[in-house]
Design a protein around this ligand. Structure first.
Ligand code: ADP
Length: 605
């Protein structure tokens, strides 16, 4: 048992080096020149201290023999003093150089790792973003990982430098006594093991608390962002949120404090062991010098070696503790970067029957982690150019249907066909080019008006002519022209000169964005006019057929004035289609649709 434990502890301690190779590789591929310079300077900075100690010995010995009136056998003591001055200057240069290299590498590496993380984030599926555990991974990776690789590499080099110094010190010492060296090494072990242990604990605390940290960030966001300010103020939420923020901190702090105190105490006690060992050896050297068994110069050198040996050793310990921590953080980063993404495998760019449009065949879907299906046995068919309206109460599954259609999620059973070919077999890029969509929670980019519209078609992002056409179709043209810089007006409040729009104006921008996608023959509109004034809505839908002449439209709306214009209407309840037909047919059936229609119509009388 004892042996097994020791072995485990040792293995754990050695795992310090697990990610070192990858970290070095990352740094190396980021900048070869800087890495080489860093290595060379490390070498110089590692070797010089022992050389300086040795020169010190030469000085003392030369002084002693000169004072005793012996014929000077070596050089004049001043020559050695000069030599030492040069060595010290070199050491200072190399240390400064190391700092400069590190600062440069830190910037490059931080950027590189952030890009790696963001590139990875782009390949993720919506499902992964909605998974809170996964989100924690992302948060952890983003928070620390951009500084950790360099920190690890710095520590590796620092450790090498310390090791070189310690070895050369050892070489100087070994002339004195082999055993002294062994005892010093052994005395260092407890402190080393304690360091790695506490670093491990610190990391575990850090990973566990990702949810709390995220909550804290969220509250910070709520309190500090303008979009939330109105509600926070009027509902007087400030104090309550601040209190929550404080409570999370207090809880985290008490864990931190405990660990920091324990770490400090144990670290001190165990390093005391090595300090005692150091000083016993120290006393031994002094006694030997008193007995004239070693020269005064030797004694001076040993004493220097001892003093510096101890601080070098303390540095090495800190490096190792830090390396362990860095390694753990990097494991987090690589966990995230290596998270599996299911590559979309479809390659088709054309369907089998181009005139077939869209078919849902018995499509069912349940959200991951949910027990109730969001959609059950949905079947429908929409031919090119046809317009479909989907009606149903909140939570009935309308948006989910759209998410399946746009391939943000994959059906659990059944198929969705476009032009006779399963969506899964389509090349994702080709498929997405064919779809223009406005979601209820469309994004309000803090860019210019023009860009906000242009985003609907990345390839023509800057095409001013297309902006105008799209803006006209979305009825946004009139108010855009009244803005201070027209299409060049910066939107949102984050950046200088930003202009805020009303909800309805934003929605018109979103509509224009969808019309920007001229290549798209499928238009998906999830409550596109909920915030738009009655006049504008009337105009949009009067022209709707002309605007979307060649497009299939999926329209979700609660406004029957809009819905009734569709060729087909789908009524969904609890994830199932309960009625299907034209406005007229559904009214004649006298079902749910008819009831809701008359209910709304009565409200207007
Ligand atoms: P609608 O658009 O008709 O208001 P949705 O399609 O958004 O309704 O939601 C249908 C059902 O699926 C609801 O019961 C909702 O709670 C659930 N749901 C929606 N989005 C998610 C999600 N990302 N994860 C889990 N369940 C969801």
């Amino acid at each position: 048992m004892g042996i097994k434990n020791t072995r485990n502890t040792l293995r754990k301690s050695l795992s310090v080096f697990r990610y070192s190779g990858r970290a070095i590789n990352l740094v190396w591929t980021t900048s070869r020149t800087l890495t080489l310079v860093l290595a060379a300077l490390t070498l110089v900075a590692g070797l010089l201290p022992a050389a300086i100690a040795y020169i010190g010995k030469l000085i003392v010995d030369a002084v002693v023999s000169a004072a005793q009136g012996h014929l000077v056998t070596g050089y004049h003591p001043l020559v050695y003093v000069g030599l030492e001055a040069i060595a010290v200057a070199l050491l200072a240069a190399s240390q400064r150089g190391l700092l400069v290299c590190q600062a440069l590498l830190r910037a490059l590496l931080g950027q590189r790792v952030n890009i790696l993380i963001l590139e990875k984030a782009l390949t993720l599926e919506l499902r992964q973003f909605e998974d809170s555990e996964f989100y924690d991974k992302l948060t952890n990776a983003r928070r620390e990982a951009s500084v950790r690789p360099l920190s690890l590499v710095n520590r590796i080099f620092g450790l090498l430098q310390n090791a070189l110094s310690l070895i050369t010190y050892g070489v100087l010492l070994i002339k004195f006594s082999f055993w002294a060296v062994i005892v010093l090494i052994l005395a260092a072990m407890p402190a080393f093991i304690a360091e790695t242990r506490f670093a491990g604990e610190a990391f575990r605390i850090f990973s566990w608390r990702a949810p709390e940290t995220r909550q804290q960030h969220y509250i910070e966001n709520l309190l500090a962002r303008e979009d939330f300010a109105t509600e926070i103020k009027l509902y007087q939420l400030g104090e309550m949120l601040l209190e929550r923020y404080r409570n999370i901190f207090t809880q985290l702090y008490s864990e931190d404090k405990d660990l920091t105190l324990r770490r400090g105490m144990w670290g001190y006690l165990l390093s005391l062991v090595s300090t005692v060992a150091f000083y016993i050896a120290y006393a031994w050297i002094v006694l030997e010098a008193v007995a004239s068994k070693i020269s005064l110069g030797d004694m001076t050198m040993y004493l220097t070696v001892f003093r510096q040996g101890q601080s070098t050793f303390a540095n090495a310990l800190t490096s190792i503790g830090g390396m362990y921590e860095d390694n753990l953080y990097l494991s987090n980063l690589y966990d995230f970067l290596e998270e599996k993404v299911t590559k979309p495998w479809g390659e088709a760019t054309k369907g089998l029957f181009p005139q077939d449009g869209i078919r849902f065949e018995n499509v069912s879907f349940t959200y991951p982690g949910s027990s109730k299906p969001a959609l059950k046995n949905i079947s429908l068919h929409l031919k090119p150019g046809e317009k479909l309206a989907i009606v149903g109460e909140n939570g009935s599954g309308k948006t989910t249907l759209i998410k399946l259609l746009t391939r943000l999620y994959t059906p659990d059973s059944g198929r969705i066909l476009l032009d006779g070919l399963d969506l899964q077999e389509w090349d994702v890029d080709v498929l997405q080019k064919r779809i223009g969509v406005i979601f209820q929670n469309f994004v309000r980019y803090q860019f210019t008006v023009g860009e906000n519209i242009g985003i609907g078609d990345v390839n023509n992002l800057e095409d001013k002519h297309l902006w105008q056409i799209a803006a006209q179709k979305g009825l946004a043209q009139t108010f855009i022209e009244k803005l201070p810089h027209s299409f060049q007006t910066q939107l949102g409040r984050w950046f200088k000169g930003g202009q805020e729009l009303s909800g309805g104006q934003w929605q018109k921008i979103a509509l224009a964005r969808a019309f920007m996608r001229t290549q798209a023959d499928i238009l998906v509109l999830d409550e596109p006019t909920s915030a738009i004034d009655a006049q504008a809505e009337f105009e949009i839908f009067n022209h709707f057929r002309t605007l979307t002449q060649n497009q299939m439209v999926f329209l979700i709306s609660h406004r029957f004035s809009t819905v009734r214009m569709a060729d087909k209407i789908l009524v969904i309840e609890n994830g199932e289609i309960i009625e299907q037909g034209t406005h007229q047919q559904l009214l004649e059936t006298g079902g749910l649709y008819a009831r809701l229609f008359f209910l709304q119509a009565a409200g207007y009388q």
